[in-house]
Design a protein around this ligand. Structure first.
Ligand code: ZN
Length: 316
């Protein structure tokens, strides 16, 4: 879950219609093929829903299967999907990246990634990284923000995640909710995480144990959240866990101490949600990503890759 997105700018409807026309006539695809990115376009997804009829807390952060499929099609036809291994090798200078490299990541660890995203990734041969929270996955509980959102709404979650750590921690215990295996909107089970990890397209990374705002947590708690997450994941999938994503991921959500803890815990790379293309010589523990919303369909993604994401702001 990242920080909330800004409201839509004015005349959005007219702009969207113009973009649809440009997409339909092949403008974006043609322009993209003559273009290069100033770094890697790393996309940050959360869950994937079956359809618009299936709603969930923080609905916009959970793209539909149709939206996700459109993104995979666009990226495979007009860009070049890469794996985290490609990114590591390119950063080390041992492998060149193709033009317009794009990397897909999923935060939190929702079951929809296995149910709906993996089939699309396989169809279009697109690699991805799944950065999972170990508490909800291994204890089979709902994410704290989903449990609280269902009880008290989204504003209560936004308030709670900025609360002093002890207060947040008490709240998380108070709203603890088991996740029924039949629930569509729940974390992966450990078996499902292992199934994802077994795919040659998927690499697993860490996202803390219980998704606190790390900047507000005492240092020993940050260490526990970060190191224990890595240990548990390594034991579960029997493979090294090399990447991490900061919960929420804006610069206010972690500190320089957090970055040092992530590095000391053995994570070679860490992702933020600071919206920017990722330069190969950038800080390996503060790699920027663009957060994806369901309102960003394939047309809008093409527009952002070509235009909006190259300016100072994120959206047009
Ligand atoms: Zn998250």
């Amino acid at each position: 879950m990242p920080t909330p997105q800004p409201p839509e700018p004015p005349f959005q409807g007219i702009r969207r219609a113009a973009k649809e026309v440009l997409f339909a006539v092949g403008y974006y695809r043609q322009r993209l093929k003559q273009f290069d990115f100033p770094g890697v376009a790393i996309l940050c997804y959360h869950g994937v829903r079956e359809s618009r009829e299936e709603t969930a807390p923080f609905n916009e952060l959970h793209v539909t299967r149709e939206t996700f499929e459109g993104h995979c099609r666009l990226l495979s036809e007009s860009c070049n999907p890469i794996s985290l291994d490609d990114l590591r090798a390119a950063r080390a200078g041992t492998r060149a990246l193709p033009e317009r490299p794009a990397l897909i990541t999923f935060d939190d660890g929702y079951r929809g990634v296995l149910d709906y995203a993996l089939p699309a990734l396989e169809r279009y041969h697109v690699p991805a990284v799944v950065l999972a929270c170990t508490g909800p996955v291994f204890d089979r509980r709902h994410f704290w923000f989903d449990a609280l959102c269902r009880r008290d709404g989204e504003d209560a979650v936004l308030e709670a995640r900025g609360a002093p750590f002890a207060e947040w921690s008490d709240l998380v215990h108070a709203i603890d909710a088991p996740a029924a295996v039949t629930d569509r909107h729940r974390p992966l089970t450990p078996e499902e995480l292992r199934q994802l990890a077994a795919s040659p397209l998927i690499e697993i990374g860490g996202h803390t144990m219980s998704h606190p705002t790390l900047a507000l947590a005492p240092l020993d708690e940050q260490r526990r959240q970060i190191a224990a997450c890595r240990t548990l994941l390594q034991e579960a999938i029997n493979a090294p866990i090399q990447s991490f994503a900061y919960p929420y991921g804006s610069r206010a959500d972690y500190t320089t101490d957090t970055v040092a803890i992530v590095r000391e815990a053995g994570f070679a790379l860490a992702f933020t949600t600071v919206p920017s293309f990722a330069a190969l010589d950038g800080d390996p523990h503060q790699i920027p990503r663009f957060v994806m919303l369901d309102s960003v369909n394939d047309v809008e993604l093409a527009h952002r890759l070509l235009h909006s994401w190259h300016g100072a702001g994120e959206t047009v």
